[in-house]
Design a binder for this molecule. Sequence first.
Ligand SMILES: Cc1cc2nc3c(=O)[nH]c(=O)nc-3n(C[C@H](O)[C@H](O)[C@H](O)COP(=O)(O)OP(=O)(O)OC[C@H]3O[C@@H](n4cnc5c(N)ncnc54)[C@H](O)[C@@H]3O)c2cc1C
Length: 500
Amino acid sequence: MTTDNPTLDTPTPTSLKPADAPIEQEPIVMLGSPMAIVDGVSFSSGDNWTNLANTLSAQPERLFYPNTLEDLQVIIREATENKKKVRCVGNGHSWSGTAITQDYMVSINGMNKIEKPIQGENGEWTVTIEMGVEVKELDEFLRKHDPPLALASNVMPTDIRYGGILTMGCHGAGLDGRTVSDTLTEITIVNAYGELHIYSEADDPEAFNIASINLGLLGIVYTATLKLVPMSNYRLRAIDSYGSLADYFEGPRAGLKWKEMVERNDSTEILYWPHSTFLGTERNDRFWLKQWRRTLALAEDLEKLKDQAPSVDHPAFAAFKAGDIVKEIPDGIHFGITQEGEGIGEAKIYDASAGFKLAPDFSNFVECFNDLVEKNYAFSTSEFPSRIGTCLEVRFIKASRKMMSFVYDGEDEKAIYCMINVLGARETPGFVEYSQGVLGGWMDKYNAKPHWAKLWEQIPGVIPALRREYEDRLAVLNRVRKTQDPFDMFVNDTWRPLLE
Ligand SMILES: Cc1cc2nc3c(=O)[nH]c(=O)nc-3n(C[C@H](O)[C@H](O)[C@H](O)COP(=O)(O)OP(=O)(O)OC[C@H]3O[C@@H](n4cnc5c(N)ncnc54)[C@H](O)[C@@H]3O)c2cc1C
């Protein structure tokens, strides 16, 4: 019996690391051991894999590097013959142990083909991609297309791969964007028999729904077809302001004012640091409000932002640039990326995030955020300065139609959810316990559900709570899953407790 338990390194302040602590590793993949080949598919054995934040590690028996559909089928055949678990891995941006197995890990980074976009009879554009495609690769490809195209909403960083985005139900800040998986029209997955299964709404709505956010449990996702918008339809005007907490979060109409703003905007986002300056102790009474509105005005030259001083003096977030500027859709979405392509994606941070449905007057959001600001300040100042590197971030999105989404709403698909992120520099001592306690409180009070790719496995009592909340949906997932993977080939220690 193998165990897939990842090693979760408890954060340790750099200065407190013992003298014989291992030298910081390069993240993602260590190509230390010689490569071997089976039927044309290369793999390494026993190498140390770590995620981007260097908070998780694993030493899989084999780490495969496929390039084609046939390569994926060879890997499944090998796993069947040797009775091994299989989990895929993209750029290792996740904080939960979802990518980890000690058996066979599959780096999907070599699977990065993009097909020519197609315009359907209804005029709608779609593109089919392999799962190793990075956000920036698809953005650049679609910009050069005639006509230029884009995804209407997406994750903020550009160095994340679509396998990770779609299997985990990731999302951007676009209110109507829901999750990226909500824009799927078709998805193909190689199952535990080595067969390529094609899922679409027309063929089997229930199976397609589950396949759209499948948590990597139906097999290795090969391709996905995503809906696009022509870039000429609109651009995004970014409006930045520094609001006072008192003005926006106090008074009986506070929630309704947020609601009016969120419904008017394409996207709305909040960023908040507990102290006014990075190393200062003064409590911050202002937050950064980011709004995007759709406009037909022409995009402005991004070079204007190039030499602008960072809007935020926290080193982990220095790529964020403020400015009232009209941007093409992808530039608006990926606002935290510098001209040189560096950005938040490089940050060595922890992130715990959860979403919940907003009350008709948004009062539960106002209550939750006010409480979080207090808790975060208390945490950040309690061991000054080692805990200063925290940040709060909020986005608003409409409910997902996909059952395994953390913002799924089977009753009201127009419902608006908030996704609140509690972020902390990786070295922040006590951050895991703190953030997981906070999320546990939201689960009890607001029926919040944690983001699958972020920190959630350490929330006290999380498994029984999730099993209770997702009960009917887990039953559907299991029904579909058992037709594709009766051997539990794709079930690791992150998912087993939920599925049993
Ligand atoms: C700085 C930063 C910013 C972020 N911003 C956002 C954001 O704006 N919105 C958001 O929702 N999330 C965000 N995230 C989370 C991120 O989007 C997810 O962690 C995403 O899954 C990472 O993709 P990846 O390529 O790194 O995949 P990995 O972390 O390597 O893998 C994630 C999961 O995808 C599975 N997988 C990958 N490919 C396949 C495949 N072909 N078949 C089956 N399973 C597969 C893996 O098995 C694993 O379970 C952010 C993360 C970071 C570090």
